[in-house]
Design a protein around this ligand. Structure first.
Ligand code: NAG
Ligand code: NAG
Length: 352
């Protein structure tokens, strides 16, 4: 009786060992599967996207988009070039501050990737709707609470465009907005052609925002757009400072520019097509100049930021009680060293 019992005990012990071993290996396997499930799914999705995007933008390698523990942060893709750049740079900076991996939506990729050598990977369209995003609204300047945004899957929203989000990593942001070579070459070719036989030239990029703003500013925001007087003052500042200054003008209201900008000295070049059909080309032109005159809008703000020379901007272009000042903080939009020329608000005042 004694012996068989011992035998049973040994058998039992072996069975327990076997069970324990199976349990451990199964749970390890299951855990690994779970961890990798995103990556597998993703690898397949990436393979399925049709062809490489135009203009040599490299599709991020599968290893770079393996979803590690960083979760996935993104930002809405709204507005035109200047806004898209502001959204991209803000996402880049805030994701980094909060320790998460940033990805851009396909719409932003379509907008920016043909122009710049971006490094943030794109979320495949078929994945966008499957992610449990936490929407997080931003106002237009950096705040302390943005250093502690909770969530692994965050979609930032708003129209952020302020150096206060990303000036501490300026060099990385400039790297993100490095132009593709063919755009760079195109801009340099144009600038060289303007130079002609002159030995030296100081290029001043001028962006004159018109279009919808001509109506939107007075009607909705109690504000004005840049007028002839502002442009004269800004251009004369540079003419006095640099004897070899030439002005490269891009605008979505070129007819107005030709009528209102004094080109009699032969130093003003109306560049770009003025049709908004090639914002990347217009933007590259003034971004390759040495200094900047902007009027209003994020397109000009970004040109000044990338150029890094002297920037003249239109200051105080709304009435003090304008609702615009609730969503736009001038001190967070214009760098302190930029030069403001106050706008003439008299067209907004009741005629006495
Ligand atoms: C001014 O811009 C031109 C064109 O981008 C560039 O070749 C030149 O080096 C710049 N000049 C200075 C002083 O930075
Ligand atoms: C804009 O207005 C503010 C407040 O009145 C003033 O402090 C500032 O100097 C003005 N800016 C310019 C460039 O005139």
């Amino acid at each position: 009786m004694h012996l068989p019992e011992r035998c049973n005990f040994t058998q039992l012990f072996l069975v327990i060992c076997l069970c324990f071993f199976s349990l451990v290996s199964f749970s390890t396997f299951w855990h690994l599967q779970r961890k990798n499930s995103y990556s597998w799914w993703w690898t397949i999705s990436v393979k399925n996207t049709s062809g490489p995007p135009k203009h040599e933008h490299t599709t991020p390698s599968v290893s770079s988009i393996r979803n590690k523990d960083g979760g996935m942060w993104t930002v809405n893709s709204i507005g035109r070039l200047g806004n898209q750049m502001g959204e991209y740079a803000t996402l880049y900076a805030l994701a980094k501050l909060n320790g998460h991996q940033a990805y851009i939506l396909p719409a932003m990729h379509r907008y920016l990737a043909p122009i710049f050598k971006l490094t943030l990977p794109m979320i495949p369209s078929e994945l966008v709707g499957k992610i449990p995003w936490r929407n997080y609204g931003l106002h237009d300047w950096m705040s302390e609470e943005y250093r502690h945004i909770q969530g692994k899957y965050v979609r930032l929203s708003g129209y952020p465009c302020s150096y206060t989000f990303y000036h501490h990593i300026r060099h990385e942001i400039l790297q993100e907005f490095a132009f593709h070579d063919y755009i760079k070459e195109d801009a340099n070719r144009y600038l060289l052609q303007i130079r002609g036989q002159r030995k030296t030239v100081t290029y001043i990029g001028v962006h004159v925002r018109r279009g919808d703003y001509v109506h939107v500013m007075p009607n909705i925001w109690k504000g004005v757009v840049a007028d002839k007087n502002y442009l004269d003052k800004a251009m004369n500042y540079f003419r006095e400072k640099y004897h070899d200054a030439v002005f490269v003008v891009v605008s979505n209201g070129m007819a107005w520019c030709k009528e209102n900008m004094d080109a009699s000295r032969g130093d003003v070049y109306f560049a770009g097509d003025g049709q908004e059909s090639s914002p990347g080309r217009d933007f590259a032109l003034i971004a390759h100049c040495n200094h900047t005159i902007m009027t209003i809008g994020t397109f000009g703000i970004w040109a000044g930021y990338l150029v890094g020379g002297e920037t003249i901007y239109l200051a105080n272009y709304t009435l003090p009680d304008s609702p615009f000042l609730k969503v736009f903080k001038p001190s967070a939009a214009f760098l302190p060293e930029w030069i403001g020329i106050p706008a003439d608000l008299s067209p907004l005042l009741p005629k006495s």
